[in-house]
Design a protein around this ligand. Structure first.
Ligand code: FEO
Length: 391
């Protein structure tokens, strides 16, 4: 096992979980994920930034043993989720003198999941510093960059930002740093969509604070670190995705039962494409949450397509609608099309699931009784016109 350096005296001691199929049993992982941990050797003290997901504990522990690490003074925990903290109990049993350096909220979260005691913590406030001798770590609170406990650690002398999940990616095919290409861009984007997009309006201000630090390296807790042009690459992507611009693109998310809703999907798709609008149809019978969430970064609007089942949405449509509400894309409009037979309350069924999207304009729904007729196709044409003219 060879341990790589981020820079001299800072070692990459995390693990790569190449065969993990899903993250949170929700997001399909194309090549697994990594849990980065960094050992910082100062002239007087040693700090470990993050631990790893418990099933991968041996990779971290073996690296520390192989390096001959005898003492760890601080374990910096920037965020309490267990993929970065789950190995804390085992680590502290090996290095009992180590203090967990984190904030009060993160202490509350980690003590909720792990058998840890208050006296094992060294709590910090926003802006606090700890010295390792020739190296100084300063903490910047960044609540709701993902979780309310989130903070960053900035190594002042080397200008390295340890950004926890911010700027991460679920990838394993990399060395230490981003390779300067767009090869992993789809995975960076997918991670952004599922982890960071929901709070984009809250954290946008932190991009300016980070830029003011002028970091030479950004080292997140998943995926490659970024240095030089890479720092600008990842920050520019986040700024673009959080603010727009959107593509001239619409997502239609839906399913059919006997084909009537499919006729409506196909008709609307063609009508929009004839107006120069790109349309991505996500068939929920073949749904990939990651692809849908990534697509929602770019789309200016979303049309839900569902037949009525027992007066409401088709249950297979509920999952992507729930995801849409959860990731809160920066879209300009929502719409609903679909067929029903004997009665429908599908509009209420849909809007009841979209509490986070209340401020997004809702186009006039197009609901066909039975197979779509001339009037229904005219209504779909009107919907396409509205989208083309207003958005
Ligand atoms: Fe990678 Fe929110 O933990």
């Amino acid at each position: 096992m060879s341990t790589k350096e981020l820079i001299p005296n800072i070692y990459c001691v995390g693990s790569k979980d190449r065969h993990r199929p899903f993250f949170d049993n929700l997001m399909p992982l194309a090549e697994g994920t990594s849990y980065n941990a960094f050992l910082i050797k100062g002239s007087e003290k040693t700090a470990l930034v993050d631990t790893v997901y418990p099933p991968c504990h041996s990779e971290l522990i073996d690296k520390l043993k192989e390096m001959g690490v005898e003492k760890i003074d601080y374990v910096i925990i920037n965020h309490g989720e267990q993929d970065h903290t789950g190995t804390l109990p085992e680590l502290l049993s090996l290095f009992p003198e180590a203090k967990i350096v984190t904030n009060k909220k993160c202490q509350e979260i980690t003590m909720g999941f792990l058998p840890l005691k208050e006296d094992q913590y060294h709590l910090v406030a926003d802006g606090d510093e700890i010295s390792l001798g020739d190296k100084t770590l300063q903490f910047m609170f960044a609540p709701w960059v993902h979780w309310p406990d989130t903070m960053f650690a900035f190594l002042k002398e080397d200008k390295i930002l340890f950004s926890t999940d911010f700027f991460g990616a679920h990838v394993t095919n990399y060395d230490v740093f981003w390779d300067g290409t767009d090869t992993i861009l789809p995975l960076i984007k997918a991670y952004y969509a599922e982890i960071q997009m929901p709070f984009a309006k809250v954290w946008a201000k932190y991009l300016d604070k980070i830029a003011a630090l002028n970091p030479s390296i950004i080292a997140p807790s998943h995926g490659p670190a970024y240095k030089g042009d890479g720092v600008h690459y990842i920050m520019d992507l986040y700024r673009k995705w959080s603010m727009g611009p959107r593509a001239n693109k619409v997502a239609i998310v839906g399913v059919s039962m006997y084909g009537s809703t499919t006729l409506m999907i196909d008709y609307l798709k063609k009508a929009l494409e004839e107006k120069g609008i790109e349309v991505k149809h996500h068939d929920v019978m073949d749904l990939n949450n990651t692809e849908l969430a990534s697509d929602l970064i770019d789309c200016k609007g979303v049309i839900v397509a569902s037949p009525t089942v027992l007066t409401g949405l088709h249950p297979m449509v509920v999952e992507p609608v729930f995801l849409l509400n959860a990731v809160k894309p920066n879209i300009q409009f929502l719409g609903l099309i679909g067929s029903y037979s004997w009665g429908t309350l599908i509009v209420n069924s849909l809007t009841g699931l979209l509490g986070n999207m209340k401020t997004v304009p809702f186009l006039d729904p197009v609901l066909a009784k039975g197979t779509p007729k001339e009037a229904d196709y005219a209504a779909l044409n009107k919907m396409a016109d509205t989208i083309a003219q207003n958005y």
